[in-house]
Design a binder for this molecule. Structure first.
Ligand code: DGL
Length: 270
């Protein structure tokens, strides 16, 4: 796994977190929970979906010590270009930590990855898992409707469960296959749907959440580089969007699992 170092003299700078919308707030939530003394700047560039280099240029220009690409699709499509563009700043995507956690979570070799169509088309998870376990059997399923369900807030009950079942049942029932050992939530929106996904896949598989595993990876990286924030003053958190502060605040409150006030969302025109 990519493991660049963060400069210890930048230890008090915030962690930059980029997403193409609100989904990356699940990654921000995990970062804040695991690294409570770190400051953060989150940019949800919903006006420029997806993956603009401009957005990460803006974040880096704010002064950050590490950049998290908190979107599976952007990580799948652009992590190498973004890492090269911002070198020597450490750039962490969500795919590699999620893949590593799936391999580490089970002694079995069968993994079911639930992601967006774009992430599936790029086979980013299959490649990252097989790089660590060449004998892995990886099935990737594009689950676009789950993104919509998470944004609508329909994250439990009969509708969410039957849609989750519709996506996973063909994968579970494919000829010659048995239940997977791990189910990877390969989209930032899917931790909100863990309940219906668990109901659909049954009790057997380990569910791996790439938001949590990415936050753990960032913690290890900062620790190894001596770049954890030292200041004892409270950390600062900025939320920035490129349009729609009301929608960002409403959805953001659910994705971040804490109240986001519209007035707390800075709007920038990139
Ligand atoms: N943030 C994206 C991801 O993790 C999902 C949302 C979207 O594509 O609109 O893949």
């Amino acid at each position: 796994m990519r493991m660049t170092t963060s400069d210890p003299s930048n230890a008090d700078l915030p962690i930059g977190v980029f997403d193409s919308g609100v989904g990356g707030l699940t990654v921000l939530r995990a970062l804040r929970a695991q690294l409570p003394n770190e400051s953060t700047i989150y940019l949800g560039d919903s006006a420029r979906v997806p993956y603009g280099t401009k957005s990460t240029d803006f974040l880096v220009g704010q002064g950050v010590k590490l950049l998290v690409i908190a979107c599976n699709t952007a990580s799948a499509l652009a992590i190498d270009q973004l890492a090269a563009r911002h070198n020597p700043l450490p750039v962490v995507g969500v795919v590699e930590p999620g893949a590593a956690a799936a391999v580490a979570a089970t002694r079995g070799h069968r993994h079911l990855v639930l992601a967006t169509e774009s992430t599936v088309r790029h086979h980013a998870y299959a490649r990252a898992i097989r790089a660590l376990d060449p004998s892995a059997d990886v099935q990737e399923v594009g689950c676009s409707l789950l993104v919509a369900l998470a944004e609508e807030g329909w994250t439990e009950g009969a509708i969410a469960e039957s849609i989750a079942r519709k996506y996973v049942e063909p994968a579970l029932g494919a000829t010659g296959r048995t239940a997977p050992d791990s189910v990877v939530l390969g989209c930032t929106h899917f931790p909100l749907l863990e309940g219906p996904i668990r109901a659909a896949v049954g009790a057997g598989p380990v569910i791996v959440d790439s938001a949590t595993t990415t936050a753990e990876h960032v913690g290890r990286l900062l620790e190894a580089s001596g770049a954890r924030r030292q200041s004892t003053s409270p950390p600062a958190h900025r939320l920035i969007a490129t349009d729609g502060p009301a929608r960002f605040a409403a959805l953001g409150s659910r994705f971040l699992a804490e109240h986001v006030d519209e007035a707390d969302v800075e709007i920038v025109d990139l």
